[in-house]
Ligand binder design. Structure first.
Ligand code: HEM
Length: 350
């Protein structure tokens, strides 16, 4: 299984963290990753695992419990609708100055997206989406408390606030308000971090393979195949999975591995080649067997319809303003993180 093992993927010059390299080197689709975890990249088994039981509240990311209570379904759907409105509004408004995209990727575009989409919210709300704050638990708690007592939604310059801020302002009781604050923070972080990672991975792959600008939507789907930001999905073990495969015991946790599935020669011709044209004629990429950048039926991403259009808009701004990758020239690192992203430095303009 030579095609699955290289630490530097052919033509793409990325270097994965050793733990990821180790997974890429496995030559079976079901394998023991460590004493407590079984890795799975088999498409049929993955579909069975996802269908075997719903994700647990504690396994959810954006919608894991907040303020000591589960997130009710109707408030989860309100959140996704509000996020959709904010993304669509953002896509239609002029972006911030593109020079802010210069610097270390994916951090520069993460901050850029936060400013673009949520920057119209007044203090202290806008601090919920500020990177310097979200990286510190203490500061996050402080901001949460401030917003709880002072959910100011009057923008000083008369601009309307985001729909996500509207959910905080319109909360019916203190618990709903606290949960709306957590949703704002988590949804804005997941969106901006994920889209920045996806756009950065696409820029790197396009540069490394001399792919002309062309069809950016297709380039993004091909990036979601080869360097999917959500590269590993975790399930806590249990009886629901035990009968599905001889190697899966009731004590075993499961790491579902889109990154490996998306490069497997059983599912893809020339799997390691970056070829956006694979997607040119594909009406619904997510129906493609062996492809799960946004999960499988049963736990599919609620925000998937927002991610590719926003990433495309970001890439368009970056390329229109002459964003250039400055380094490294080869072998960009891909560290071990929950989101898979290539690290590089970029400059903007001449
Ligand atoms: C680039 C950005 C994103 C990527 C690549 C992505 C990817 C995924 C993937 C792979 C899954 C399946 C997870 C599993 O089966 O364990 C998933 C599920 C989900 N995603 Fe996303 N996601 C992104 C952004 C978002 C955002 C911004 C939200 C905001 C609300 C969101 C909400 C959800 C929800 C609700 C689920 C279903 C699981 C659950 O019920 O908690 N995602 N996503």
């Amino acid at each position: 299984m030579q095609e699955m093992a290289p630490d530097t993927v052919r033509g793409h010059s990325v270097v994965f963290a050793p733990r990821i390299q180790d997974l890429l080197a496995r030559d079976t689709k079901v394998f023991r990753a460590d004493a407590r975890t079984v890795g799975v990249s088999d498409a049929a088994l993955t579909a069975e695992i996802v269908a075997a039981r719903p994700v647990l509240q504690t396994e959810r990311s954006v919608y894991k419990p907040a303020a000591g209570a589960d997130i009710p379904h109707d408030s989860a759907t309100r959140t996704i609708r509000a996020l959709g409105q904010d993304v669509m509004a953002g896509i239609r408004t002029p972006p911030p100055p593109a020079r802010a995209l210069a610097g270390a990727w994916p951090y520069a575009p993460t901050s850029y997206l936060r400013r673009w989409l949520f920057g119209s919210d007044p203090l202290p709300l806008s601090l919920l989406a500020k990177r310097g704050i979200t990286r510190s638990d203490t500061l996050s708690r402080l901001v949460d408390r401030t917003v709880t007592v002072w959910p100011n939604t009057e923008a000083a310059d008369g601009r309307s606030t985001t729909a996500m801020a509207g959910l905080i302002h319109g909360a019916a009781d203190p618990l709903e308000r606290k949960q709306a604050i957590a949703m704002y923070r988590r949804a804005s972080a997941t969106l901006c971090d994920g889209v920045a990672a996806l756009a950065g991975n696409a820029l790197w792959l396009m540069r490394a393979t001399d792919t002309p600008r062309g069809d950016l939507t297709a380039a993004l789907w091909e990036t979601l195949r080869l360097l999917p930001p959500a590269w590993m999905l975790y399930r806590n073990g249990g009886e629901a999975y035990a009968g599905l495969h001889p190697d899966l015991g009731p004590e075993d946790n499961i790491a579902l591995l889109p990154l490996l599935m998306h490069r497997h020669p059983d599912y893809w011709p020339d799997p390691l080649d970056f070829r956006p044209q694979r997607w040119a004629e594909v009406a619904d990429p997510e129906k493609t067997p062996g492809f799960m950048p946004f999960g499988f039926d049963g736990a599919r991403c609620w925000a998937k319809h927002l991610v590719v259009p926003l990433a495309e808009r970001l890439l368009t701004v970056a390329l229109d303003h002459g964003l250039t990758i400055r380094g490294p020239r080869q072998d960009a690192p891909v560290p071990l993180r929950s989101l898979l992203s290539v690290r590089f430095e970029a400059s903007v303009g001449a």
